[in-house]
Design a protein around this ligand. Sequence first.
Ligand SMILES: C[S@@+](CC[C@H](N)C(=O)[O-])C[C@H]1O[C@@H](n2cnc3c(N)ncnc32)[C@H](O)[C@@H]1O
Length: 287
Amino acid sequence: MYKIEEEERLATVEETWLFPEQVSIKPFLKWAGGKTQLLNELTKYIPNNFNKYIEPFIGGGAFYFHLNPRKAVIADLNYELVLTYRTIKQSVEEVINLLKTYKNEERFYYDMRAKNPENLSNIERTARFLYLNKTCFNGLYRVNKKGQFNVPYGKGSGNFFNSKVLRDSSEFLQNTEIEFADYSDTLKKHAEKGDFIFLDPPYYPVGKYGDFKRYTKEFFYHEDQLALKEEFDRLVNLGCHVILTNSNHPVILDLYKDYEIKTIETRRMINSDAKKRKGIDVIVIGG
Ligand SMILES: C[S@@+](CC[C@H](N)C(=O)[O-])C[C@H]1O[C@@H](n2cnc3c(N)ncnc32)[C@H](O)[C@@H]1O
């Protein structure tokens, strides 16, 4: 019995490799700056052939899960997020079993939020992160200066996890290296000629609410955008296929003026002010 199940499982993995576009899955997290709306556009720039896929600002990973690459490296500077990917890769059943015991109730939420993640096991920490992500107000990840998650209860849609999505994600992640690292370290270590690289950094701030996207304790400053452009050039010269997304800010348009740039109108889901929910994203295509 076990043997047949195992063979079926391997057959599914084979198919995954042969027909990546047919087994795309949705991300298991809601993440500020999620790329779900841009997927159709981004798909146009997938090269016919590439060695491995690298996404060093992974966030919710919408494009990674859409692409389903055969071999990949994903990374982020948000430790809780990286730990979540690693634990789903290694111990998804334990995470699901724990989530089954959780309740979508205000009291339960605040008790869970009050726990210090550093005192929890990796399984508990991951389940807490997934739970807070789906039940907090607007699915917004925000921490205070001490790095503590401080978003109020938001109820969400009721179902705060989907076992199938988590299991599928775990399977996708089996051929993926997951790094807790600054994007430049990830790229220096892993990028090689022929790789396909998607760069989705914190966007250049536009307007009054521009500093809204505080994903980690650290910000991504003007100087960081300039350094990222240098890295973009290096990767293109190395022979990588690179695409980058950012906001439609004059600084970004000027920085990347020597490359092909596409502009796309998107809705900003995570913003309490409805008028600020529309924006323009740019996609820069290099190599
Ligand atoms: C725009 S979000 C990525 C969105 C994601 N691609 C998606 O589809 O949901 C940017 C991510 O970059 C991470 N980040 C910020 N600064 C970083 C750095 N210097 N190196 C690596 N990751 C960083 C943040 O933690 C955040 O998860």
